[in-house]
Design a binder for this molecule. Structure first.
Ligand code: PLP
Length: 475
């Protein structure tokens, strides 16, 4: 079986650690515990185990300071596209570094930011023509929200009432306070509630646990009716609807049924509400197309991109928008319609240079053309998980997959969060040479897009083995 091959190959590479290397390893592990506060991590638990410390990367592999190799099964938290140490991307950074590492876009421009903006408008959904840079997904979404809000304020008259947003439950748009207001994951966000603004809410199209108890396709997307009702009754007060197109990732890898996104676009148009697409996770081929919006030929009014933009190399983000929104900010200086927003590293040349190289590599390797076959292999491999006693549903689009673990297949009873079932399985996959990071009861697999057919199969196989060995000992 492929798995045994992979696991033993990885084990064999475990090197006996040289004495001074061992000292260095101990020092790094101790200092990590002493000085580093890790994101989304209970540090009391973290400091009880020596961490895996990554030293370098190699294609789809991560290599730790002991020389152990692991598949990067979540693309280093969804950012990596072509693999690590990709020659063309490494080189793009070196070449730019010999010119300049950073200069500002406030009052100046720089070469890579201009070239990248032009390229982005070529590949983005038709009609997105203006590019506003920032440095992470949360800032790109904050910018989208502020642009939407200010746009309506500057339209004047009755439009000045449009101050609120409509967002989905279980959505995730970032960790800054504005984006947390939009997000709907109570575990992460309930603490901050007193700091947040009020947002209209919609149920996500979570077909496995349909809140309306319908089945697709006989439901004929009945879940759109309450959203339409909210828009009909409140559109005078709503600036924008915010969506993670095709898949709500952090919230549980919830994929939307065909036609859903297109229908949301039509509703927004009908009720004069802007559509903000959060393509931070779904952009750059991850769903099998360049952008998730491309699956249903949708052009949002604002689109946030970040994670895959630089191929997973540098923190860079952008908010793309239409001529209509852009024009809403024009006027003489003393109209004060300027968009008063910017960051220290807005349009960073190193980031833009590697993003340009990323797009070039998409073209050169015809990545979007060869993806469908890989997606097919991935899907076939994932199907083998469906028969497992504790797998409720496997949801997938492109090379993004979520595996919902459940206590009881008949009743769909979920595991309790404190069972940490996803976490335990993820720790088990490490033993077989695969790094994944789950979200609660949802295992997430999101390999780099250059993963080979065999690598995709092996990764799924490792996940399968780990699910079996962990769930066997639990009810
Ligand atoms: C990761 C993510 C964000 C936030 O991006 P950061 O770079 O972590 O701030 C926003 N939206 C979605 C859909 C994401 O996956």
């Amino acid at each position: 079986m492929v798995r045994h091959f992979a696991a033993s190959a990885i084990r064999n590479r475990r090197r006996s650690v040289h004495h001074s290397a061992k000292k260095r390893q101990d020092r790094l592990q101790r200092d990590d515990h002493k000085f580093v506060w890790h994101p989304f991590t209970q540090m009391e638990e973290w400091v009880q185990e020596p961490p895996i410390i990554i030293e370098h990367g190699d294609g789809r592999y991560l290599v730790d300071i002991e020389g152990n190799r692991y598949y990067d099964g979540v693309s280093s938290i969804w950012v990596n596209i072509h693999g690590h140490r990709t020659r063309a991307l490494d080189q793009a950074i070196r070449t730019q570094l010999e010119k300049i590492a950073h200069s500002t876009l406030l009052g100046l421009s720089n070469v890579p930011s201009i070239e990248l903006a032009k390229q982005l408008t070529k590949i983005a959904p038709l009609g997105l023509q203006k590019v506003f840079y920032s440095d992470n997904g949360s800032t790109a979404m904050e910018i989208a929200m502020k642009l939407a809000f200010q746009y309506w304020q500057q339209q004047g008259r009755q439009f000045r009432r449009k101050k609120k947003f409509l967002a989905f439950d279980m959505a995730y748009h970032g960790d800054s306070l504005g984006t947390v207001s939009l997000s709907g994951i109570s575990l992460f966000h309930k603490t901050y509630k007193p700091l947040l603004f009020k947002t209209f809410r919609a149920d996500p199209p979570y077909c496995y646990r349909c809140p309306m108890q319908f089945r697709y396709p006989s439901c004929r997307l009945a879940c759109l009716h309450p959203i339409e009702a909210t828009l009909r009754d409140n559109h005078q007060d709503i600036a924008a609807l915010v969506i993670e197109p095709m898949i709500q990732s952090v919230g549980g890898m919830i994929t939307s049924p065909p036609g859903y996104l297109k229908a949301i676009r039509e509703l927004c148009t009908r009720y004069d509400v802007l559509l903000i697409a959060d393509e931070v996770a779904s952009g750059f081929g991850r769903t099998g197309k360049m952008f998730a919006c491309d699956h249903e030929d949708v052009t949002p009014d604002l689109m946030a991109i970040s994670k895959g933009l630089t191929g997973g190399y540098m923190p860079l983000a952008a908010t793309l928008t239409t001529q209509r929104i852009y024009d809403g900010f024009l006027g003489s200086y003393d109209d004060f319609k300027t968009f008063f927003h910017g960051h220290s590293y807005t349009g960073n040349p190193l980031g833009c240079a590697v993003a340009l190289a990323n797009l070039k590599l998409f073209r050169r390797t015809k990545l979007l053309k060869i993806l469908p076959k890989k997606v097919c292999t991935f899907e076939l491999a994932l199907r083998t998980l469906k028969s497992l006693a504790h797998v409720g549903q496997v949801r997938q689009i492109g090379l993004m997959a979520g595996i919902e673990l459940i206590q009881n297949k008949q009743t769909k009873q979920p595991y309790r969060l404190e069972d940490r079932i996803g976490h335990r399985i993820a720790m088990e996959t490490r033993e077989h040479g695969l790094i994944i990071r789950p979200n609660g009861n949802i295992l997430i697999l999101m390999p780099p897009l250059t993963a080979t057919h065999n690598e995709l199969k092996v990764m799924v196989d490792i996940v399968k083995t780990a699910i079996q060995s962990i769930t066997r000992f639990r009810r």
